[in-house]
Design a protein around this ligand. Sequence first.
Ligand code: DGT
Ligand code: CA
Ligand code: CA
Ligand code: ZN
Length: 574
Amino acid sequence: MKNASIAKIFYDVANLLQIRGDNIHRVLSYRRAAETIDELSQPLQDIRQEGDLEKLPGIGKTLAEKIVEMLDTGELSFYNRLAAELPVTLLDLLNIEGVGPKKVKLFYDELQITTLEELAEAAREGKLRELPKMGAKSEEKILRGIDQLQRQQTGRHLLGDALPLAERILGELKQLDGVQKAAVGGSVRRRKETIGDIDLLIATDKPEETIDYFCNLEIAEEVVAKGPTKARIQLANGLGVDLRVLPAENWGTLLSYFTGSQAHNVRLREMARKKGLSLNEYSFTDLDSGAETLCPDEQSIYQTLDLPYIPPVLREDRGEIEAAQQNDLPDLIQKSDIVADLHMHTTWSDGQCSIREMARAAVDRGLRCICITDHSRSLGIANGLSIERLKEQAAEIKEVRKEVEGQLLLLHGTEMEIKADGSLDYPDDVLAGLDLVIASLHVSLNQPRRQITERLLKAIHNPHVDMIAHPTGRLLGRRPGADLDMEQVFQAAASTNTILEINASPQRLDLNDIHIRRAAELGIPLSINTDAHAIDHLDLIDYGVAAAQRGWLTAGQVINCGPLTQLEEFQNGH
Ligand code: DGT
Ligand code: CA
Ligand code: CA
Ligand code: ZN
């Protein structure tokens, strides 16, 4: 056993003892021993052989015996006993900034919290603020800490963070002298929901200047690598940015290669080989004659392979090559097809803008229909609406509706809680009075598969429920989403014609691309919505459209694309 592993076990023992509420001196002795071991320059095994373990600072007879046990057996029975007594996942909580053993003990004793996910859920539900020495502020801080931690662990970033950064950097580089073409490549161009790193591609006759400029960007925290045709920088948020620079004559092959996906590229190369060609980032090469064919754009690559152009969002080797061969690629939905946004919040619950502001912003963005869907009464943390307030809201909507008449169809709906016991938050007669009823899971998302699936199915089968918002409840990089039997959910939605949402928020993108495609295959109506809590969020629709494209959707499969007469059918007597 290496020193670092032994030190780690001592740290863990110290932390577990402290969480258990042990004598502080005992806790400290383990921690001090761990620190000592961490700083040793000599392996513990050697020190032991010289009989010097007990001479180490802070290590007496008991701890020396424990070190010997670990050196001989590779484990520590005392640690194993502690781990049997307390969930070791509690140790993960200590990695959250500002959370120490005392807090972990408090969360465990009072709320039986054992994992990061459970702590995040409790924080989101406002349960932590009620504990001694805690408040809304510390709750928020914990959520941010967990967020940060989980991002670090997965090493992936949200498309919603990476795409704006990529475009900003590219915008700067485009201004440079000599630049002929510039594009974002990689998973950002394919609009994957999470991003490992940003890939930027530039065609220029001044490669050196471009690379210098890139490495000296204000935003670059570190230059990781720098060469004549490529460089890599790291941004303050940990995101890496790769830049490749080539002459414009290689543009098509360069862009295609670095857009990926790798799996898609492998298929392209195989097809090239069948034609007696090899394909790389520079060109096609004839395997017999060695003659090179340059591709100034991507179209000519696909042409050479006798394929129609395949859009980047489809390049995942999920059947797009076969579809292209049969000239059967989907006519993908575009943002310009969207005329409605059917899920948004106002100051009536936890939104930041009024109904009027949301309506006007929608008109400004060219939308023809929106639905106001504030939270329902049981979601106290989001200021959910009582039945009384829901009625008051209806009156205000009626007023604003008059103001935007002819410009915007303004619907009144709800985002209603499916409560932990599976019951719905409003009675049927209230639901019957609304234009659109969206049902959502927000609480107790960690129920076992059967229970939470049943819970959702019950909502789907209620005749008043029109749509299920963000069906799995996942938060990208933070929590995985409920353990639903999605196939059962899809079958139920298909049989009841219940709309499933593609929530466009970059933190959610729920349904995901694979689920979207399966749902569409079953003929389930789909709806792309921003779930906006402020005017600016209405612009996040782009992410939802990208997810829909990755799910191979056409405009006809998405109710937000109209026709308007179809949306007018939601109106309930106004
Ligand atoms: P990411 O960054 O993990 O979200 O995913 P990508 O797809 O952006 O992957 P990345 O950044 O490693 O590389 C960008 C593209 O470059 C990738 O989609 C395909 C191409 N590429 C990179 N490395 C290789 C490789 O070793 N072999 C092949 N065939 N292609 C590669
Ligand atoms: Ca990448
Ligand atoms: Ca890369
Ligand atoms: Zn919502």
